[in-house]
Design a protein around this ligand. Structure first.
Ligand code: ASP
Ligand code: MG
Length: 466
């Protein structure tokens, strides 16, 4: 079998963890061709982001502190692995780069990517040493992106072609290669990153490029669950999910992979397995193409929740029957780089609501006030006078019921909202995608966990095996 194995930050967080990851690769490599993808050591990306912003604002002391702690942390693992010199030289290059940023007094997104990329370069060097294997950064492995620094998009055809060219010799020769996750480069060779959590994306891109049979995502969780076990103690591990289900769960922030990372695997129908490095013999969760012979018949498989959300409603008579308001709203939010989690419009056309994270609500409010409200003038609720106004619900949760089996099954929504109503929970907004794989709704922050528990019971998710 051709395998891609990706290790997350906690799976390479110390010398012991790196050695353990290496032993998992070695045992798989006895019977399979393995390409390894690795994240930065746990917490390192956060420190590097902190470092780039400290350098950009001229905070030399904070930079010195962070550089020293990165050095101590990495050398503790690098020395026993015999790569202390190489790691130390790499950290010297990082210090030089930070010195340059301090001298210029600003850190552009392009430069920030150059700084953040060091996390994966360092971990790759160390895991490569533990495995005595050839190492590649993402660009050397063939991933080319546009120049949207911080969250670059791969140029698919070129990347697929190059990945095949660069990695197939290893795969065919049954040699293990270690590739740094998360980082890539533009066509001109400028370093880019694929966005937070982007190493999973690297893994699926490489899997698609080499035509892998499976992609194994190693982390510190057993797999995906029917609900957050902190909210529902009887929550169960899900043994298999379809891509559509996993993508929906990822959107709702469940401990899943980023939906973007699942796309290459779904497009090339490559099975993804989520596995726990701390319990490697556990069954994990298998994510694959929909397969009527094996898919669970249950209409709802999982009940994820997104907390700390806020809902902004743009309403008023000024938008009724007048095209362009929705475009203005979403353009303003996109330009402010606000991530929209849910969208609802009333049929009367007198209100559009968007759900964003609480961390972004003030920026969203400012952007909408400037671009939409100021244009149309203030109005009143319900649209009795023309003009537009904003309402913000500051602390809400989105709860979702996710399942492939609800597609084309009548009565699921009635069960969902019946269960919530019996708990006396007020539903503020509802969204169902036309894909019919999830039903999501907004409730107050306090009611969120109760709604999750109610749905978990309604659909008997603690019982059975699928
Ligand atoms: N190191 C990056 C991050 O923490 C990428 C990854 O771990 O997937 O976001
Ligand atoms: Mg990380």
């Amino acid at each position: 079998m051709k395998l891609v194995m990706k290790f997350g930050g906690t799976s390479v967080a110390s010398l012991d963890r790196i050695r353990h990851a290496a032993s998992l690769v070695e045992s798989a490599a006895r019977t399979h061709s393995v390409i390894v993808v690795v994240s930065a050591m746990d917490g390192v990306t956060e420190q590097l982001i902190d470092l780039s912003s400290a350098a950009g604002r001229g905070d030399e002391e904070r930079c010195r502190e962070l550089l020293a702690s990165l050095r101590t942390h990495h050398l503790a693992a690098a020395a026993p692995l015999g790569v202390a010199d190489a790691v130390s030289q790499m950290l010297d290059r990082l210090s030089t780069l930070v010195g340059g940023i301090l001298a210029v007094g600003e850190c552009t997104p392009r430069t920030a990517d150059a700084v953040v990329a060091f996390g994966e370069r360092l971990s790759t060097l160390m895991l490569g040493a533990a495995l005595k294997a050839e190492t590649f950064d993402g660009a050397a492995a063939g991933i080319v992106t546009n120049d949207r620094f911080g969250e670059a998009d791969p140029l698919m055809e070129l990347s697929m072609f190059q990945i095949r060219q660069r990695l197939m010799p290893l795969v065919e020769g049954r040699r293990v290669g270690v590739v740094s996750g998360f980082i890539a480069a533009t066509q001109h060779g400028v370093t880019t990153t694929l966005g937070r959590g982007g190493s999973d994306y690297t893994a699926t891109l490489l899997g698609a490029g080499i035509g892998a049979d499976e992609i194994w995502i190693w982390s510190d969780v057993d797999g995906l669950m029917t609900a957050d076990p902190r909210l529902v103690p009887e929550a169960r591990l899900l043994d298999r999910l379809t891509f559509a289900e996993a993508i929906e769960m990822g959107k709702f922030g469940a401990k899943s992979m980023h939906p973007r990372a699942l796309e290459p695997a779904a497009a090339y129908a490559i099975t993804v397995r989520m596995k726990n490095t701390f319990r490697p013999d556990g069954p994990g969760t298998r994510i694959g193409p929909s397969d009527p012979a094996h898919d669970s018949p249950r209409p709802v498989r999982s009940v994820p929740i997104l907390r700390s959300m806020a809902m902004i409603t743009v309403g008023g008579g000024g938008m009724i029957g007048r095209p362009g308001t929705a475009a203005a709203i979403f353009t303003a939010l996109a330009e402010a780089r606000i991530n929209v989690h849910m969208i609802c419009q009333s049929v009367s056309e007198a209100a559009i609501s968007v759900v964003v994270s609480r961390a972004q609500v003030e920026r969203a409010r400012t952007a909408l006030t400037r671009a939409v409200i100021a244009e149309a003038g203030p109005g009143t609720a319900g649209g009795s006078t023309p003009g537009l106004h904003l309402d913000v619900l500051d602390n809400i949760a989105i709860v979702a019921a996710v399942g492939e089996g609800m597609h084309g099954t009548p009565g699921v929504a009635a069960r969902v909202f019946g269960a919530v109503a019996r708990e006396n929970i007020n539903v503020t907004a509802i969204a169902q995608g036309s894909s019919e794989r999830s039903i999501a709704f907004a409730v107050s922050h306090e009611a969120g966990p109760r709604a999750v528990a109610a749905l978990h019971r309604e659909f008997n998710l603690s019982e059975g095996s699928s």
